[in-house]
Design a protein around this ligand. Structure first.
Ligand SMILES: [Fe+2]
Ligand SMILES: [Fe+2]
Length: 167
């Protein structure tokens, strides 16, 4: 399943890279819009599990972690908006449709196989960090982008820990 995650992600990234070449902030905005969806999908499933009496010992830790991650991703999104990332209708149209699909994919995936769902988001976070690192290498220092890059690495570490927790 992990290999499946990697292949799907690589194809999606290749398409987005092609569509968004030379439009960095629009690409970042779309990526941030998509990357935050899993966290509220995880929260939705955890809430539902709680309602069904399926709360495990790691439940509260995971709820706190995913809430903080979703807020942090919203901050990233707001920053990309302040740099014009969502200025065009076409980008908003693409992102909002992709996110709708990706949210429900993650709801089902996390319900059926939480570890694999975490692994997919882990790969997405690593990809985001790599994308920002490439931007910094090409465009020189940018404190805010570096801060966001470090947030994505932090999310990837938290997801690794979450995978361990639900073993
Ligand atoms: Fe982000
Ligand atoms: Fe992230």
């Amino acid at each position: 399943m992990k290999q499946f995650n990697t292949v799907v992600l690589d194809i999606t990234v290749a398409i987005l890279d092609f569509l968004y070449r030379g439009r960095d902030y629009q690409r970042f905005w779309v990526l941030e819009e998509i990357a935050r969806a899993p966290y509220f999908a995880f929260l939705s499933v955890l809430h539902f599990r709680e309602s069904m009496g399926l709360r495990g010992p790691e439940h509260i830790d995971l709820m706190i972690q995913h809430f903080e991650q979703s807020v942090n991703e919203t901050e990233h999104l707001e920053y990309m908006e302040s740099r014009g990332g969502s200025a065009y209708f076409i980008d908003r149209f693409v992102a909002k449709h992709l996110v709708l699909i990706y949210y429900w994919v993650n709801v089902v995936y996390y319900w059926v196989s939480p570890r694999n769902a975490y692994h997919l988001s882990y790969e997405v976070e690593i990809h985001a960090a790599t994308t920002y690192a490439k931007y910094l290498a090409d465009n020189g220092p940018d404190e805010k982008i570096l801060e966001i890059l470090n947030d994505e690495l932090q999310h990837s570490r938290e997801l690794e820990l979450a995978m361990e927790k639900i073993k």
